[in-house]
Design a binder for this molecule. Structure first.
Ligand code: PLP
Length: 429
């Protein structure tokens, strides 16, 4: 029964474009209508019709400790009594910056913003201001939020809805964004050569979550680092998804490759709207009021958001065992899925890095946007709906990663594996 959700979706469509406040929530790629949620606790979501779902979206990443975890909740309660917003500096912002710098190896100074989109837009502006160059290189299928410069061959909802190059982005902006295939160092070198002396920055997801989960091939990240050093290009790791998730210092810690600038979001706000960008001191000192590159925000460093984010990051910093747990439990699910595939004589690709994973409905390895697009999307839609009927809430698109939280127990992982088997059987009947 999802009658209340259906009714709400009909009302929503009258007053909100497409009935949702972010496109992928609309279930367009998988058929059916979105489910409207009322509450969440630990590994579960609850909808308007009192259905319970085992959640693998986790708010698209932030809920690494599960929903409504006690210490983040307590920190928010404590902060609520003091002020909703000061519009003035606070002690907590200093502590937050110090904590981020202590956790993320390449970050020496950091500026708080309100979303991942703001973080990437600002980081690119600083890279342009610092280098005095205009062009950026991004990778096909990577998503860096909805800033104009990034809606060229963009991933996530932009691929899902078939608008990787969004109308409304001017030709001038589009010309300054050069796109190349992910994991293809030679293509990057050729693009740099063809635009010699004009590239301000190379931006990428060091592990891609936005075309489904795609890891970097061996040497790719280091190759980019070396190229940027040689050519005086700023290397930006967009760690909005991977930051504080793949390790407490993000993908840069996991792969031991240091970018010049890092963008952060999702986990950094503990579920509240927070983003940040940071990096080498000399570059960050270009940001106003220290330097000439303007970037600002009425609610940046908001006390309630900082309280949630600080509680979340403190917990992760003090409990590194979280990462081993997440690696193991996700590895267990992936192993279970591979067993299911083998037993059913099916051959689909599963990619995993730490607590992020995707099943692609293609037997080819998925290493970039072209190979991700070989997935059978109709089959994915059927799989998604079968899992939903079994109470498992997956991202409603082939081109998204799943996120695991520490609230997922061994028994729940078994439940997921059993549901996966049943769904695979159903779609191949
Ligand atoms: N960068 C990456 C890698 C993302 O995955 C996202 C969102 O999913 C963003 C940037 C944009 O973040 P936000 O949605 O908070 O604006």
């Amino acid at each position: 029964m999802i009658q209340n959700s259906q009714n709400l979706f009909e009302r929503a469509q009258q007053v909100i474009p497409g009935g949702v406040n972010s496109p992928v929530r609309a279930f367009r790629a998988v058929g059916g209508n979105p489910v409207f949620m009322t509450s969440a606790k630990g590994p579960y979501l609850y909808d308007e019709d009192n259905n319970q779902y085992l959640d693998f979206i986790n708010s698209w990443g932030p809920m690494i400790l599960g929903h409504a975890c006690d210490h983040v909740e307590k920190a928010v309660h404590d902060a609520l009594g003091k002020s909703f917003s000061f519009g003035a500096p606070t002690r907590r912002e200093v502590e937050m910056a110090e904590l981020i710098i202590s956790m993320v190896p390449s970050v020496e100074k950091v500026r708080m913003v309100n979303s991942g989109t703001e973080a990437t837009m600002s980081a690119v502006r600083v890279a342009r201001g610092y280098t005095g160059k205009d062009k950026i290189i991004k990778f096909e299928g990577c998503y860096h939020g909805h800033g104009d410069s990034f809606l060229i061959s963009a991933g996530s909802g932009a691929i899902t809805l078939g608008v990787p190059d969004s109308p409304g982005v001017t030709k001038g902006v589009a010309q300054d964004t050069i796109t190349v295939p992910y994991n293809n160092l030679e293509a990057v070198k050729a693009a740099v050569e063809a635009n010699h002396g004009e590239i301000a920055a190379i931006i990428l997801e060091p592990v891609v979550g936005n075309m489904g989960l795609v890891p970097p091939v061996n040497g790719f990240l280091q190759g980019l680092r070396d190229l940027c050093d040689k050519e005086g290009i700023i290397l930006i790791f967009d760690e909005v998804m991977t930051g504080f998730r793949l390790a407490k210092g993000g993908a840069q810690e996991l792969f031991n490759v240091m970018p010049d600038l890092t963008t952060m979001g999702k986990i950094i706000g503990g579920g509240l709207p927070v983003g940040a960008y940071g990096g080498r001191r000399e570059i960050m000192d270009y940001v106003a009021p220290a330097g000439p590159v303007y970037q600002a925000g009425t609610l940046s460093g908001n006390p309630i958001a900082m309280a949630a984010g600080y509680a979340m990051l403190t917990y992760l910093n003090e409990h590194p065992e979280v990462y081993a747990y997440l690696d193991n439990i996700t590895g267990k699910m992936v192993a279970g899925m591979r067993d299911n595939l083998a037993q059913l004589n099916l051959d689909y690709t599963i990619n995993q890095v730490g607590s992020m994973f995707s099943i692609f409905f293609t037997s080819n390895p998925v290493t970039d946007f072209t190979s991700a697009k070989q997935s059978d999307l109709a089959l994915f839609g059927q799989y998604f709906n079968s899992m939903l009927r079994q109470g498992i809430y997956l991202a409603p698109s082939q081109f998204e990663t799943l996120f695991v939280s520490v609230a997922l127990t061994d028994e729940l992982a078994d439940q997921y594996i059993a549901a996966n088997r049943k769904a695979l059987q159903e779609i191949h009947q």
